[in-house]
Design a protein around this ligand. Structure first.
Ligand code: PNS
Length: 211
């Protein structure tokens, strides 16, 4: 879908503004560029958002979201204009939390980060990424043990869809030993997980494993 057309711009003002200094000069420069595009009914920023936005998908099971996931999302946000956190629908793993619960926990945590969107997907990840006009898939890499599976998945995804690049991001060192699986096990056995997950996730785990 194309962006909505804006009101036509007044180009005459841009010439006088160009004589100014500093910010005024920059504004004038932008106006001149806008004038060059004046035959088009969209502003530069509208065109930028629509065509040049750098968007990445961060896919996973998120069963549940951990501080390690949030750390990766924060890092990805510095590299991309928008990060779509996508919860896999057809994951073969037996999840502790339902798809809706996992989405809700992400809404209450990750969605609070600017320009982060939460959604679900089913089918092939690369098809979903292409449909979202994302240029990259983000995966967190914690240790060498992650590497073999991640490497295989990245290469297979590239074979399936060459336009989508996989980017590995390392979470903060203190999160390298974190995984949703270990956190669920600690919570199930009554251990304290408060420093590994956001409070809302800690509460959800507490309710799930209430003795
Ligand atoms: O958090 P996880 O469980 O490590 O995430 C794995 C996930 C969901 C990213 C992966 O299983 C996936 O991409 N599933 C979608 C189906 C798909 O595209 N499979 C081919 C991968 S090569």
């Amino acid at each position: 879908m194309f962006p909505r057309a804006s009101e036509p711009r007044d180009c005459s003002r841009s010439r006088s503004a160009k004589r100014g200094a500093g910010i005024a000069n920059t504004r004038a420069h932008l106006n001149v560029e806008r004038c060059a595009l004046n035959s088009l009914p969209w502003t530069l920023s509208e065109l930028n958002v629509f065509f040049i936005m750098r968007r990445a998908i961060y896919p996973g099971s998120f069963d549940p979201v951990t501080n390690g996931h949030l750390d990766v999302i924060e890092r990805a946000r510095k590299l991309f204009d928008e990060v779509i956190v996508a919860v896999a629908h057809n994951d073969e793993k037996q999840a502790l939390f339902s798809l809706q619960e996992r989405l809700d926990l992400l809404q209450e945590t990750a969605a609070k980060i600017d320009n982060v969107r939460i959604t679900q997907f089913d089918g092939l990840l690369v098809e979903f990424a292409a449909a979202q006009k994302a240029t990259a898939v983000i995966r967190g890499l914690r240790a060498v043990s992650d590497f073999e599976f991640e490497f295989q998945m990245a290469l297979m995804n590239r074979k399936l869809e060459a336009s989508v690049e996989t980017i590995f991001l390392m979470p903060k060192e203190e999160y390298t030993y974190l995984s949703s699986r270990i956190i669920k096990e600690i919570a199930r056995l009554g251990g304290d997980v408060s420093s590994f997950v956001p409070p809302v996730v800690g509460k959800a785990l507490g309710r799930r494993f209430a003795r």
